[in-house]
Structure formats: C-alpha cells, structure tokens
Design a binder for this molecule. Sequence first.
Ligand code: DGL
Length: 276
Amino acid sequence: MPSPPSTPTSAAPKRPIGVFDSGLGGLSVLRALRAELPFEDFVYVSDSGHAPYGERDDCFVIERAHVITQYLLAQHQIKALVMACNTATAATIHLLRAQHPTLPIIGVEPALKPALALSKTRRIGVMATRGTLGSAKFQALLASLADQADFVCQPCDGLAYAIEHQDTPEIIAGVARYTGLMGQFGLNSGDIDTLVLGCTHYPFATQTFRNLLGPQVQLIDNGEPVARQTRRVLPVLSAPDNPGQCRLLCTGDASALQQAAQRWLQLDDPVETLKR
Ligand code: DGL
C-alpha cells in the first residue's frame, strides 16, 4: 500500500509538477492531471524541437529525457515528474529513477491491463510508436499477459508527427492505414473490440478513430490512471487555496502546442520558448 500524501498545508512552499513529452501529446495526460489535482502547479515541456521520439534510437531519447529532467529540477524545483510519453518512459524511466532516487517519477505505458478488463472478444489492438513496442519494458508487459488475450500490436510510424502538425489528411490516412493492417474491428468473435492508444498523441485523433471504427470499439488511453497514480505518490498536496497554474514551454515551434492547449485545455497563456 503506498503511504498517503501529506496533509495539504498553506505553509508548504508550492512546487510544481514537471510534465514532459516529445510534443503536444502529453497534453492528453496534463488534461487528466489538472482535473485530478486542480490545486497543483504544472510546468509542461514539449520537446517538439527534437520530435518525434518514436522512430529514434534509445540513446537519443535517453539524452533528451536527461536534459529535460535536469532543467525542470534546476529551474523549476519540481516536486514530481510525469513522463507523459510512452516512448520516453519505455526507454528511460529506470535510468531516471536511479539517477534521482528522491524524485517521484510517474511514467505512462500502453494500458494493456485496463483493456483486458474490458475486452469481451479477447482480441485487443495496441497502437504505439515503434520505440515503445520494441522496448524491453513493453515486451515484458506483453509476455506477462499473452496467455489472457490476443494482442495485435501495430507500430504507427508518422502518426504522432501528423498529429503534432495537425495534418488532418495525414491523420485520417494514417489511422485508416494502420487500423486496416490490424484486421477486423467489432464485437463478433475474432474481432478486435478494444483498442489501446499507446502513444499520448493518439487521443487527439479520437474522432478519427471513432469515424473509422464505429462507436462500439472501446478506445483506451492512460491519462486518468496516470493522474490518479500521480496523486497517490505525491509527497505533499498543495493547499486548496488558489487554482493551480500551468506554464507551457516548447523547444520547437510553439504554435501547435499553443493551439492544442487552447483547444483541448482552454489554456490561453503564451507558450514560452525553451532553448535546450
Ligand atoms: N507521445 C509520445 C508517446 O507517447 C511519442 C510521440 C513521438 O514519437 O515523439 O510515445
């Protein structure tokens, strides 16, 4: 049983929670975090200047995660880190935890267990980046559950990039291409009835998935479970005085993050540029 977080106290200095992703995808996790922890401050880093991560090698992703974590600790004194990126979690979370043993670090991984709890046909689709699906961490998770369902895993090169660039024709083409490669979706025996969105960018294409797959296929992402887990491991909760603040920073072109933050989280403050 994890120990409960300390009682909120207004005397405690308010330190933010750091959140990062290769781009705007982690906003799907930030949205859930703000709903679960409305009095916490957040600093979100979009590393879009170095995206996408999903088709890069581990060394590259490890270096980026290291640079961003150091920055968030040194410049923002974060009290916890949420890696809102499946690819970065798979490649680096064990290393970051070893380097920062006193910092609570929460990662995301494709939600296979929640999908198992929902699937009736026992045929489950998993869409994620090539990096996530090829990682030792994901392969171990898959092996531990392989006797309970058929998992159809599909790497989706280019899909996070299309979502990052709000390229609607490419998003529709990518979702159609990759779901088409996975086989039949539906509720009949042998159909995929549950689809795990194993990249934090993909929830922003939910409508496209719905249009192509119909309303009956269950789409699973992990924003809400990650937000609940963050609450459980936080050492100190902020006092319920003022609503939490949110700063958005970006290593690349800020316009996509700005538009997505306005549209999905109603955040209007200007995105700050980060030279890292
Ligand atoms: N959003 C990231 C994830 O959850 C990956 C996107 C990318 O390829 O950079 O894996």
